[in-house]
Design a protein around this ligand. Structure first.
Ligand SMILES: Nc1ncnc2c1ncn2[C@@H]1O[C@H](COP(=O)(O)OP(=O)(O)OP(=O)(O)O)[C@@H](O)[C@H]1O
Ligand SMILES: [Mg+2]
Length: 268
């Protein structure tokens, strides 16, 4: 049984793409078959794997508008178990097209298009844009679960209520089994008081939504978080996930721990 995991938070720059790219890589290294779907017109996940604009002709846009099948646009990555469905800035046009054509079920395009791939992969990870528009709604309708990265910064929780309302609305209508897999504190810095405050607040009020760390966790925090780590910020410019750029970095370990938690726990 495959699992489709959307990485979503309409706040910009909170670590969605970093999480999608590195969780996908860590699951692939753990010998799972993984498809990373870049559903953001910014195409950051695509370039994180070293693909530049002219390296591929078709992308998720062509799939969503029905011109191509998913397998026609899927690219191989440096990792044997990981494939990528790329994106491109042209994807910004899809929302307008959905509305213009008045598709009966414009929220279901991605869900329909990935159906055939569910037999081929263990995990399908979907990176989403920083909006609650139709692309993110498509991702949430296609997903079995969602991971919500939360940046350990001021205003971290802002917008969470709106995101939850969207999840509830999608559960009530199209996708009743959509689960919140968990909140993922990102860019945590133990030397920054504000960062510590946000993490403490998450532990106090939302501990059931956090991923539990296993016994080997040396931080003593008890929950999985992603530290602020320069290797995570540098790796995109080398066109690699952090596990291929610096496997021993704390950023790489953190995403391997997250993959371990995903593999170990049941959904919900
Ligand atoms: N744990 C981390 N440590 C250091 N830098 C990080 C970390 N996580 C993310 N970054 C950097 O922060 C920036 C924003 O991260 P990222 O692109 O993953 O966020 P995003 O939520 O996908 O943004 P957007 O909303 O624009 O899609 C990037 O430059 C990334 O390299
Ligand atoms: Mg992003």
């Amino acid at each position: 049984m495959s699992e489709v995991i959307a990485i979503a938070n309409q706040k910009g720059g909170v670590g969605k793409t970093t999480t999608a790219v590195n969780l996908a890589a860590s699951l692939a290294v753990a010998e799972k078959r993984v498809l990373l779907i870049d559903a953001d017109p910014q195409a950051n996940a695509t370039s994180h794997y070293g693909f530049r604009r002219n390296a591929y002709e078709y992308n998720i846009y062509h799939v969503l508008r029905g011109a191509k099948e998913l397998r026609d646009v899927t690219l191989k990555t440096q990792l044997a178990n990981l494939d990528l469905v790329p994106s491109n800035i042209g994807l910004v046009g899809i929302e307008k097209e959905f509305y213009a054509k008045e598709y009966a079920q414009k929220e279901l395009a991605l869900r329909e298009k990935i159906k055939s791939a569910r037999d081929e992969y263990d995990y399908l990870i979907v990176d989403t844009p920083p909006t609650l528009g139709l692309i993110t709604i498509n991702a949430l309708c296609a997903a079995d679960s969602v991971i919500i990265p939360i940046q350990c910064e001021y205003f971290a929780m802002e917008g969470l209520a709106q995101l939850f309302n969207t999840v509830k609305m999608i559960r009530k209508t199209i996708n009743p089994s959509l689960k919140v897999r968990g909140f993922l504190p990102t860019m945590f810095s133990s030397s920054n008081n504000l960062s510590k405050q946000v993490f403490t607040e998450l532990k106090e009020h939302y501990s059931s939504q956090l991923f539990s760390a296993n016994d080997k966790d040396e931080s003593g925090e008890g929950f999985i978080y992603i530290p602020r780590n320069v290797k995570l910020a540098e790796s995109p410019s080398f066109g690699k996930p952090v596990i291929l750029y610096d496997v021993k970095s704390i950023g790489s370990s953190a995403y391997q721990n997250l993959a371990g938690a995903i593999l170990g726990a049941n959904v919900g």
